[in-house]
Design a protein around this ligand. Structure first.
Ligand code: ATP
Length: 216
């Protein structure tokens, strides 16, 4: 039996996937982890960055789907694009085929360079896209639907029927809870949330540490 040559220790990264329904508190929770020094990337934000003015992908979108999607300031007219995608499932698929590899590549690059004992990817569509296996552990931010509706109404000035439509298009609360390794209930004030994040952070430090020890 030969003993494998000992090379440099493998850089095993430990990545937490953070998800939750709309207005459940994902960004608030992510900001609390960031305050504890944990690097966080938000896939909604990445999806905007990969089509920012100057990004090669934006040129491709204008070429393939029409330069009328270009606003006067060079930005993508997201509202017009959303309206077109709503009526055209083929267009939605084509656009996703362009966007997803770009978002994925950007995220992989970020993860390769991000410091910290572990990293967090905020993936609002983790359940809808069945993306759970990309992460070492999944944290679901959960709140009572009535509270979720109230937060959504307060933040986005959305009315009841708009809120119904948004919630119907998302994974259900039960579907999300099924994939969760941990559930962070966001049903109290920010101080309570911060305390819960602190406890999870302590646990994640331990898990990331033992995972890197095993890999090394
Ligand atoms: P989205 O799905 O739209 O990206 P999100 O899940 O990131 O939303 P947040 O933006 O973090 O949710 O929170 C939704 C709203 O609720 C925000 O206005 C936020 O300030 C407020 N909020 C979240 N948690 C709490 C809390 N524990 N106490 C008070 N307000 C809160």
């Amino acid at each position: 039996m030969t003993t494998p040559a000992k090379g440099p220790a493998l850089q095993r990264r430990w990545v937490l996937g953070l998800t939750g329904g709309i207005a459940s508190g994902k960004s608030t929770v992510a900001a609390l982890f960031a305050r504890l020094g944990i690097p966080v990337i938000d896939l909604d934000q990445v999806a905007r960055e990969v089509v920012a003015p100057g990004a090669p992908l934006l040129q491709e979108i204008f070429q393939r789907f029409g330069s009328d999607l270009r606003l006067a300031d060079g930005q993508l007219d997201r509202r017009a694009l959303r309206a077109r995608m709503f009526h055209d499932a083929g267009l939605r698929r084509q656009l996703e085929e362009l966007l997803h590899p770009a978002v994925r590549a950007h995220t992989e690059q970020w993860l390769a360079a991000a410091p910290g004992p572990y990293q967090i990817v905020v993936n609002p569509l983790l359940v809808e896209k069945n993306a759970g296996d990309r992460y070492d552990r999944i944290l679901v931010v959960d709140c009572d639907p009535a509270q979720q509706r109230a937060r959504l109404a307060a933040r986005d000035a959305a009315n009841d029927s708009q809120i119904d439509a948004i919630l119907a298009a998302q994974a259900s609360r039960a579907e999300r809870l099924t994939v969760a390794d941990d559930v962070l209930v966001n049903d109290a004030d920010l101080a309570a949330l911060e305390a819960r994040v602190g406890k999870l952070h302590a646990m994640y430090l331990g898990l990331a540490q033992s995972s890197s020890t095993i890999a090394g």
